[in-house]
Design a protein around this ligand. Structure first.
Ligand SMILES: [Zn+2]
Length: 309
């Protein structure tokens, strides 16, 4: 089976806890992922809201460098997704992404650094407010700032798509109205199924679909079930079913949010649980073609399309 995941916080955790990607006690390590026939993981550099300005940029650069070093160190088991030799090398690939554009340190010229390091997706905010706009967990009703508009244009010019997970509704719709590339929600579920503010309304899902973007299913309990203690694998199917009913067959993917919180806050233990998830989808009578689209192909095709954009 193949698996493509749009969002994890694993590399940020590896950096802060001085752990490596080969083998660790986090939700993802390369050893435990060996059972997958093909596996691409988007590794987000997450900027907590206490980092701003130059300190935010320096933190981003340090974590991104750490990921590069980990990939180099493990070059027999993982490579960059867009590297020339990725087919001959191994089935495990990495994509660099950014969660919270405060990583730019308020300096538009740092988009060039993102491009040079190979960033493919970037969210404008995390939960709080920054110089680009408001995250969904901060109060207010303001939309994108003039700097935010400038950043969206500059990111897109550098072939970096906007990740809209964590955006406030106002920021979301402002981005939809100005973005020229597809818009992605890397790790958000359906608000119709679980009313958490981090989840997407049907209208938001539709707008992402029209942009030919992607939506990644999140395995965090609080986004799966209104009563997070009762969250289960079956809830993943409820969100999947809802998105499929909205015509999401070609844009649905996974963005499990691995290591975005404590292991107990997720319905799945870690990367090894993808096999169980896959089996559950098979038992639900989805066709193998559809399951492979959600688990891998939709996201893989998306990144392939971006190359020739
Ligand atoms: Zn997140």
């Amino acid at each position: 089976m193949r698996y493509f995941d749009l969002h994890c916080d694993t590399i940020t955790q590896c950096f802060t806890q001085n752990k490596d990607l080969t083998e660790n006690d986090l939700q993802i390590d390369l050893k435990r992922a060996e059972f997958l026939d093909a596996y691409t993981q988007c590794y987000a550099v997450w900027l907590p809201d206490q980092f701003r300005g130059q300190a935010a940029f320096e933190r981003f650069f340090a974590v991104a460098t750490y990921l590069s070093q980990e990939i180099e160190k493990n070059s027999n088991s993982i490579c960059w997704q867009n590297s020339v030799d990725n087919l001959s090398q191994n089935p495990c690939q990495a994509v660099l992404t950014v969660e919270n554009a405060s990583a730019l340190g308020g300096n538009i010229e740092n988009v060039e650094v993102f491009r040079r390091l190979g960033v493919k997706l970037c969210s404008l905010t995390w939960n709080g407010e920054n110089e680009l706009g408001r995250g969904v967990m901060s109060p207010g009703n303001t939309g994108i700032t003039p700097f935010g508009r400038e950043v969206v244009a500059q990111l897109e010019k550098n072939e970096i798509c906007i990740d809209i997970s964590h955006a406030s509704p106002e920021l979301f719709w402002d981005v939809i109205s100005i973005a020229e590339r597809p818009v992605v929600a890397t790790h958000s579920n359906a608000k119709h199924v679980c009313a958490h503010p981090r989840n997407l309304t049907d209208q938001q899902f539709e707008a992402i679909k029209v942009s030919e973007g992607l939506v990644g299913l999140n395995l965090y309990r609080g986004f799966l079930n209104d009563d997070s203690q009762k969250a289960s694998y079956e809830d993943i199917l409820r969100h999947t079913e809802h998105f499929l009913n909205l015509g999401g067959e070609d844009i649905l993917a996974f963005g499990a949010d691995w290591d975005g919180s404590a292991r107990r806050d997720f319905v799945a233990t870690g990367i090894e649980a993808v096999a169980e998830l896959y089996e559950m989808f098979c038992r639900y009578n989805y066709s193998e073609t559809l399951i492979d689209k959600i688990f891998y192909k939709n996201a893989a095709d998306f990144f392939e399309r971006q190359k020739s954009h």
